[in-house]
Design a protein. Structure first.
Length: 502
């Protein structure tokens, strides 16, 4: 029969509590889930993009530059492509099948939109329709929405997306190519090149210009123009929660940039190209800003970087502490970064390259990021013909169902009757305070955080009373430490008989 409570010495406990205190203090500011990537598909020829239809958690649609759209369904690559436009598109270099967007009401109307380079070298945005088989498009359903002449073979843009709040189709157009925008097209109001466009595809066919566009019915400026002054906005995106736009704009000789448009914008921004490259004068080389230009929120120089790949703001369920974090990369160096932006200041800026290392050891050309219906993010490696998913290291799985606990409720596989964000089968018991399904040192830190720093209390509060004395204090943290490290009694088991005593 046990006659004494196993435990640490007084000095050791004191030192440990001090350590927990400082860990708790730092945890509020610096704790962040460790990340990695998992390869979800190889053998994709020159992938350019990956996306899911709205609300579709079972499928990912992958674009191949040569003209195929393929589907990964429940983790399996389907043999038959969703769509094949290889016969009507030209590819190579910066040309090919470059963009895909699903209508916000895709589940009802089956309409999707593709951005590709036709056999004449021009940009086309076409609308297609899904067939009775949800995994195959109607082969003859494509109709042209807009065609834009391209004077050169590069700077085609490629990204298209629907606005999260207005439902309009946005089209990012490059300046038409060659070096230095020789026609100054990005500043020319009579061409759609070098602009962000916004059109209404639900009104008159093939489209209409929204009356809220900044140049609607302006005789001197094309009405489709939403913003000026971009060189090649290859990959840009909306924050699905805030509707803010983040635009990776590929630079010329020295600078790569990320432009930002808040959801409150009424359009009309001029992001500066070719007057400026990033925040620096380009043409003219001095005194280049006439006023009214919108500078990027961040930029980086070349060597070895040379071509930005814009990404997404993370809004998934699997990594809660990454909410609001924007990811982007460089195509040439394959470096990956992230930051948060509140509309005025960038915070939490960091490089992610070393933690997001693929199984092969390195990337070979990050051509795009992707986002699925849940808001999880993917990395498209064109050089390795592969798709990777950004995932947490050792995700919680308290109910042992093979899925991240944080996503069980959004996926509908677990109930949450009290709506506290924790699967009902994972609700906290005695000593388990942070809802990760296990009792460990983090629960002791949780108590110290509550007692000394004013952090959130255990929920329910009784789960923190590990020694059954009717209050939650530092002695409960000591109890957990003894249990975790020195084989002490389990929380709420005062006499060590394996039964709860409070």
């Amino acid at each position: 029969m046990r006659s004494y409570q196993k435990g640490l010495s007084f000095l050791a406990l004191t030192a440990l509590i001090y350590s927990l205190f400082f860990m708790a203090s730092g945890e509020q500011a610096y704790a962040q889930t460790a990340l990695t990537v998992e390869k979800i598909q190889g053998g994709i020829t020159n992938p350019t993009f990956v996306v899911s239809p709205p609300g579709d958690t079972a499928r990912l649609f992958i674009l191949e530059q040569d003209g195929l759209i393929k589907i990964i369904k429940n983790g399996t690559l389907l043999e038959t492509p969703f769509l094949d436009v290889s016969g009507i598109s030209s590819s190579g270099g910066e040309r090919g099948l470059l963009g895909l967007a699903f209508h916000p009401d895709y589940a009802l109307n089956g309409h999707f939109y593709i951005n590709y380079t036709d056999n004449g070298g021009d940009t086309r945005v076409d609308r297609g329709k899904v067939s009775d088989n949800p995994d195959i498009a109607e082969p003859d359903s494509l109709v042209n929405i807009i065609t834009i002449d391209q004077p050169y073979s590069n700077h085609n843009g490629g990204m298209i997306a629907f606005g999260p709040t207005d439902g309009y189709l946005y089209i990012g157009m490059g300046d038409g190519g060659s070096a230095g925008d020789p026609g100054n097209r990005a500043q020319d109001p009579s061409t759609l090149l070098g602009k962000m466009l916004r059109i209404d595809i639900d009104g008159d066919f093939p489209y209409s210009v929204p009356s809220t566009n900044p140049y609607y019915n302006n005789p001197d400026t094309l009405g489709e123009i939403w913003a000026f002054g971009v060189r090649n906005p290859w990959r840009w995106s909306f924050d699905r929660e805030t509707a803010d736009m983040y635009m990776g704009d590929v630079g010329q000789n020295e600078w790569e940039e990320i432009n930002f448009q808040p959801a409150s914008s009424s359009g009309g921004e001029n992001y500066g190209w070719r007057l400026k490259e990033g925040t620096h004068c380009y043409n003219p080389p001095t005194d280049c800003d006439p006023g009214g230009l919108t500078d990027p929120i961040t930029e980086y120089d070349h060597n070895p970087e040379c071509s930005i790949t814009g990404g997404y703001v993370y809004r998934g369920c699997a990594i809660p502490d990454l909410q609001g974090t924007y990811f982007y990369a460089d195509y040439c160096s394959d470096r990956i970064w992230s930051f948060r932006y509140d509309g005025a200041n960038i915070t939490d800026s960091m490089e992610r390259t070393s933690e997001l290392v693929p199984p092969e050891g390195s990337y070979a050309g990050i051509s795009s990021f992707g986002q699925d219906a849940l808001g999880e993010l993917y990395i498209v490696d064109q050089g390795r013909d592969a798709i990777y998913k950004i995932v947490p290291v050792d995700p919680p799985d308290c109910n042992q169902n093979g899925r991240n606990d944080n996503c069980d409720i959004p996926l509908g596989v677990s109930s949450d009757e009290n709506q506290n964000g924790v699967p009902d089968e994972c609700e906290s018991g005695c000593g388990e305070m942070n809802d990760d399904g296990t009792i460990n040192i983090s629960d002791a830190i949780y108590i110290v955080n509550y007692v000394f720093i004013g952090g959130d209390p255990p929920d329910p509060l009784a789960s923190g009373d590990t020694n059954c004395d009717g209050s939650v204090n530092v002695s409960d943290a000591v109890w957990i430490v003894n249990f975790v490290f020195v084989d002490g009694n389990a929380p709420c088991d005062k006499n060590g008989d394996g039964l709860l005593d409070c």
